[in-house]
Design a protein around this ligand. Structure first.
Ligand SMILES: [Fe+2]
Length: 337
């Protein structure tokens, strides 16, 4: 029987898969690309144009709009008077979708299987035998600030547990719309990933009696971040064009900013890791999660399912099931490598 661990009530004493080693990135080789060097130094890197601007704007953006409008809740892409939370499916942080089988929409699978995106992860890990996450995406429409979780304030976090201090996961997102300084989008605390381990080593005395979270996440408070600022880390919001991809170390402090302007922010989260780091049990759970249309956390191997997958309001497979190419089917585990 397949057992699902859920993000909302995860209480394991250690992070998922803590008994296994972490995969190592393919660094230090003569053919190591510059972007991989930048990634290691800064904890993130933007790779330009993994998808053409035309495809981002003419296929991915309208597909995101179709997905939102298709719920028939009142949202209309071209009518700002309908840009209201009551007209949209349930989400977090002003447009982060982790239910309604978002991870399995056709356009999301098309993004996950874009050859240049897959190739980035192949180069990063030094293998073609990868497995992919079922994580969500952002379809953020400008909304009144009081309709946005936390009044649209920054929510700095890392996506690894304090008890997993080494590099264990690398996340990514495909940016779909123009993304400048006033637009919503990824903010990163440049260089923080390389200090993550040291922070927790030096702050063991602050470990609360109930322990830090063992699920892969840590929410940072501003007074904790001062330690990073004192060591030279600075907030950066990388400028991104439609079709650009950003990779970041899951330990990097980051958050998705809500749009300050009247521009929307669309992005699909994509994460691959070597499939050799998955147990047979995890492989079975992943295939079952796919069949049910569940969304999962970022880590493609040591994942748990996102909250509210079985909530009474959630709808599995609100749209026709996706057509997925051979590479994608292998990355799910539907067919073997
Ligand atoms: Fe995150």
């Amino acid at each position: 029987m397949v057992v699902f661990k859920n993000q909302k009530d995860f209480k394991d004493p250690v992070p998922v898969g803590a008994d296994k080693p972490s995969p190592q990135i393919a660094a230090g080789t003569p053919e190591e690309p510059q972007w991989l060097k930048d990634f290691q130094r800064d904890g993130f890197v933007v790779v330009k144009g993994v998808v053409s601007k035309e495809k981002a704007l003419n296929y991915y953006a309208p597909a995101g709009e179709d997905w939102l409008e298709g719920f028939n809740l009142g949202y209309k892409r071209d009518d700002p008077s309908t840009w209201d939370v009551k007209n949209l499916p349930r989400h977090n942080h002003g447009g982060l979708y982790s239910q309604y089988s978002f991870a399995h929409a056709q356009f999301v699978w098309d993004a996950k299987t874009e050859p240049k995106i897959v190739e980035l992860f192949e180069k990063l890990w030094g293998t073609k035998e990868l497995t992919v996450s079922f994580d969500g995406g952002s379809l953020a429409v400008p909304l009144p600030v009081d309709q946005v979780q936390g009044n649209a304030k920054p929510w700095p976090h890392s996506d690894q547990s304090a008890y997993r201090p080494q590099r264990h996961c690398v996340q990514g997102l495909l940016n779909i719309l123009p993304n400048g300084p006033e637009d919503g989008g990824l903010n990163v605390l440049k260089g923080s990933a390389n200090l993550f381990e040291q922070y927790f080593k030096e702050h063991m005395h602050l470990e609360p009696p109930e322990k830090w979270p063992t699920r892969d996440g840590y929410s940072w408070k501003e007074d904790e971040l001062k330690w990073f600022y004192d060591r030279g880390c600075e907030w950066v919001k990388p400028d991104m064009d439609p079709g650009d991809f950003v990779l970041w170390d899951s330990r990097e402090v980051h958050y998705g900013a809500f749009p300050k302007s009247q521009n929307k922010r669309f992005a699909v989260y994509i994460c691959y890791k070597p499939i050799a780091f998955m147990s047979d049990e995890q492989k079975a759970v992943k295939v079952e999660a796919f069949k049910r249309g569940y969304c999962t956390t970022h880590d493609p191997c040591d994942f748990i399912i996102k909250g509210d997958q079985d909530a009474e309001w959630n709808i599995h497979w609100p749209y026709p099931k996706p057509v997925i190419n051979e590479q994608g089917q292998k990355a799910i585990g539907l067919i073997p490598y």
